[in-house]
Design a protein around this ligand. Structure first.
Ligand SMILES: Nc1ncnc2c1ncn2[C@@H]1O[C@H](COP(=O)(O)OP(=O)(O)OP(=O)(O)O)[C@@H](O)[C@H]1O
Ligand SMILES: [Mg+2]
Length: 209
């Protein structure tokens, strides 16, 4: 099917959390999921190694596969480490059809995200024409106006979608510990989180015209 990359030059924005939860989501929905962890910290692969064998299977890799499968039911999720720029950024981004950039709701993180988006745009038309990019606000507390600013300055003008905001919640921490995703936890406990994921999941389904 497709390859989804979760990337942001800023550390700690939720790349691994989103990668692992997405991997679990697709695995639960009967996709053949490959989770590629390019980070030497190997947080995604560690998550995978603590995954109960009773849960839907996910394949782990520590480097990019030579060829991404084009089968409808196959999906590759790529967790990229922080601080990737230049030639490496270009190499990585070319491997992805969909890019998710998680951003924390703080002025420092938003400013760093703005710079990161600039470096992606500077990669030129090859990347722009074949890759869809979205932003996800992560670890949001209550309603913050800061994301309206993010929407205005980064997103609307430049054709990058700001698709959803995920709350700051212990469900993510508990899921991470157990090698599972929020979609594998109790429905009522995770109802709000599941709702927040819906816009991202439907954005991932959209095809280019
Ligand atoms: N929505 C959330 N609610 C609560 N905790 C969260 C949420 N998202 C991430 N976290 C926690 O924040 C920390 C950083 O998240 P994560 O490891 O996913 O970020 P990262 O971008 O992969 O970091 P790095 O740049 O180090 O790879 C982790 O402890 C994670 O459990
Ligand atoms: Mg990480």
């Amino acid at each position: 099917m497709s390859s989804i990359m979760v990337i942001n030059a800023k550390g700690g924005s939720g790349k691994t959390t989103i990668s692992t939860n997405l991997a679990a989501y697709y695995a639960v929905n009967s996709f053949n999921v490959t989770l590629v962890d390019l980070d030497p910290q190997a947080s995604s692969l560690n998550w995978l190694s603590s995954r109960p064998i009773t849960k839907a299977k996910i394949k782990g890799l520590s480097s990019l596969p030579n060829k991404t499968s084009s089968k409808v039911n196959d999906i590759t999720i790529i967790d990229v480490p922080a601080a990737i720029y230049g030639a490496r950024l270009e190499t990585y981004i070319k491997k992805a059809r969909k890019i998710i950039i998680p951003v924390l709701p703080s002025p420092i993180d938003m400013s760093a995200a703005r710079d990161f988006l600039k470096s992606i745009r500077n990669l030129g038309s090859v990347v722009r024409n074949r890759t869809d990019i979205c932003l996800v606000a992560n670890r949001c507390r209550a309603n913050t106006n800061i994301f309206e600013e993010l929407d205005d300055y980064l997103v609307n003008e430049r054709g990058i979608r700001y698709v959803s905001a995920f709350r700051d919640n212990t469900n993510y921490i508990n899921a991470a510990k157990k090698g599972i995703g929020i979609f594998e936890m109790g429905q009522s406990m995770t109802a709000q989180d599941r709702e927040e994921w819906k816009p991202l999941i439907s954005w991932l389904k959209t095809k280019r015209k």
